[in-house]
Design a protein around this ligand. Structure first.
Ligand code: PNS
Length: 171
């Protein structure tokens, strides 16, 4: 039984995350999407909101569940019996940080193996922080996140959904 965890902040979930979830669900028997319960002070969405958005987009994938965790990833993995960590690699700039985390996790928990999936080229530029930044300035985020989340993200960013036209005209 290959039980994997795809950990992250998912603030908010993007098409890039969704792509990694769908592809890993085919590779592993069971996939847990683990939302880090980090300090919510700097987060756009609460951990509960992030979990619920992920549940919405994974509801039709039977071997995927969504949960949140506190503290060290390896401790959570021991608790749930997962040994595989899935992470997406967008570009070489991600690699150094990801390698360091993967190696640290492996030292702390030798059964933990990290598997990297290269991000779909369509989403290689995409990150949650780019989405937050675009939303904050009223940019068009419809190409970045599932459609049902667009309004929620604008609301959280205290922006109306004015899109790129309004931004252009405001110059
Ligand atoms: O989406 P992110 O923010 O890049 O995800 C980072 C995450 C959640 C995978 C990483 O910060 C993490 O695993 N945090 C939990 C605490 C932990 O185990 N830290 C040690 C890793 S060296």
């Amino acid at each position: 039984m290959r039980k994997a965890i795809y950990p992250g902040s998912f603030d908010p979930v993007t098409f890039g995350h969704q792509d990694i979830i769908e592809r890993s669900s085919v590779i592993f028997d069971e996939l847990i999407v683990g939302v880090l319960n980090n300090s919510e002070k700097n987060s756009l969405f609460s951990v509960g909101e992030r979990v619920s958005m992920l549940k919405e987009i994974t509801k039709d994938i039977p071997n995927v569940t969504v949960d949140s965790f506190d503290g060290l990833l390896v401790d959570y993995m021991k608790e749930i019996g997962a040994t595989i960590i899935v992470r997406g690699l967008r570009a070489v700039t991600d690699f150094e940080y990801e390698l360091q985390i993967a190696q640290t996790n492996h030292v702390e928990y030798p059964r933990a193996e990290t598997v990297f999936l290269t991000t779909n080229l369509k989403y290689s530029y995409l990150s949650s922080s780019i989405v937050r930044e675009f939303a904050a300035y009223g940019g068009d985020i419809s190409k970045f996140v599932p459609s049902q989340f667009v309004d929620r993200i604008y609301e959280k960013s205290n922006r109306k959904q004015d899109g790129p036209t309004a931004v252009k005209n405001s110059k």
